[in-house]
Design a protein around this ligand. Structure first.
Ligand code: HEC
Length: 116
């Protein structure tokens, strides 16, 4: 009998806590969701480029490590770049297992900005 009373007490406590939490979070979730949608797309491509591409292409696309193509002088269209980044070419490895389609497109678009 004693156990049952304790159990009821615990359940009551949990119920009271979760109730208080849900009251608070309803205001905080609305605030955070509005900031998340404001993230600009451009920044994503730059971040991805710095993370995955600078090792060979350099910050400005013209480093040429391990024979990397100069991205300032590329004549490829956006579609062709996406193809190279997705599936790779010769020494460059493809990124389809690492990056989503949207991320590959963002980074391909960013390489256009490397042109001086
Ligand atoms: C391991 C080194 C390496 C990494 C990392 C790398 N690349 Fe490359 N990239 C190369 C090489 C080497 C070539 C030239 C391939 C060839 O000779 O066919 C190239 C070619 C390219 C081309 C084609 C340019 C042209 O004019 O033909 C594009 C576009 C490109 N890379 C974009 C990227 C992007 C974007 C990333 C990051 C997601 C990246 N690369 C990461 C080595 C690399």
């Amino acid at each position: 009998m004693k156990k049952l009373i304790i159990a009821i007490g615990i359940v009551g406590l949990i119920w009271a806590c979760s109730n208080a939490e849900s009251g608070n979070s309803s205001t905080s979730t609305t605030a955070s969701s509005s900031t998340a949608s404001e993230t600009p797309k451009q920044e994503d491509g730059e971040k991805i480029y710095r993370q995955y591409c600078v090792t060979c292409h350099g910050l400005y696309g013209d480093m040429g490590a391990s024979g990397a193509a100069n991205l300032n002088e590329t004549k490829l269209s956006l579609e062709e770049k996406i193809e190279v980044i997705t599936n790779g070419r010769n020494t460059m490895t493809g990124f389809k297992s690492l990056l989503s389609e949207a991320k590959i497109k963002a980074v391909a678009e960013y390489t256009k900005e490397l042109k001086k």
